[in-house]
Design a protein around this ligand. Structure first.
Ligand SMILES: [Zn+2]
Length: 254
């Protein structure tokens, strides 16, 4: 009996969360007002390198995200409407809950709820209205040469992004951050999960290019620029990335 009661309460909470989420989702891509994007810095591996690196980060390090969104919006004829404002939310001393290793749907739903609850408690925002929260976890590249998958949740407008604590990697970090940020707005992945190869045509920056390969730009939700049938390169920075037609439609740039 008690168990049924607990499930009932949980369902009520889920329904309330779902309603709030639906509102947040539609408003975040209305593009009537500037959308604040708060970035919080977190030491991912507890290293001195990450701690030192985070202390040196400034708002200007994340400005390329704003420029990228504005330039791409302009290409789609939304110069004045579609803008974001990056805000530096400071260094957080705790880590957000880690996503489940296996992809079990229930575990993912449960983690997503925990993540939203964690974000609500730990990340302060200034002002009202819909705001995106991106948690950037910094790792010393000498300790981890590869990073676990980052996650952007459209539900709750939250991103959990793994990045490298290195100046050399700063512009590539911004590509990863932009990718996860766009997930929070409802953009979908456009690469083959098994091979990491961009999917044609939506994952190609210029699908009409002749010859088609190699491409010199990456579609941001494909994450890489296809060079040949089975080779693709990670862009150096956002200057080598574009928002493709399908992604633009997904974030309501009609
Ligand atoms: Zn993705």
């Amino acid at each position: 009996m008690f168990k049924i009661f607990r499930i009932f309460i949980l369902l009520l909470i889920l329904a309330a969360v779902a309603l709030g989420t639906w509102r947040a989702k539609t408003r975040s891509v209305e593009w009537k007002y500037t959308l604040p994007v708060n970035v919080y810095l977190i030491n991912g591996d507890g290293s001195d390198v990450a701690a030192e690196y985070m202390r040196g980060l400034k708002l200007s390090d994340f400005k390329p995200l704003e420029a990228f969104m504005q330039e791409e919006a302009a290409r789609y004829g939304h110069a004045s409407r579609a803008s974001i404002e990056v805000r530096l939310g400071g260094i957080l001393a705790t880590q957000p809950p880690a996503p489940p290793q296996d992809g079990s749907v229930l575990k993912v739903i449960f983690w997503s709820l925990k993540m939203r609850w964690w974000a609500f408690r730990h990340a302060e925002i200034k002002g009202a209205g819909q705001q995106v929260k991106l948690f950037l976890l910094y790792f010393d590249p000498a300790l981890s040469s590869r990073l676990a998958h980052s996650t952007g949740l459209q539900k709750g407008l939250i991103g959990r992004v793994n990045v490298f604590a290195s100046r050399d990697m700063a512009s590539q970090n911004n590509v990863v951050i932009a990718h996860e940020f766009l997930h929070t707005l409802g953009a979908t992945d456009k690469y083959d999960l098994a091979t990491n190869q961009p999917i044609f045509p939506d994952g190609y920056a210029i699908p009409g290019q002749l010859p088609l390969l190699p491409q010199r730009f990456a579609e941001i939700m494909a994450g890489r620029m296809p060079l040949s049938e089975n080779k693709a390169a990670i862009p150096e920075g956002l200057h080598e990335a574009v928002i493709g037609e399908k992604t633009a439609a997904e974030i309501n740039w009609h």
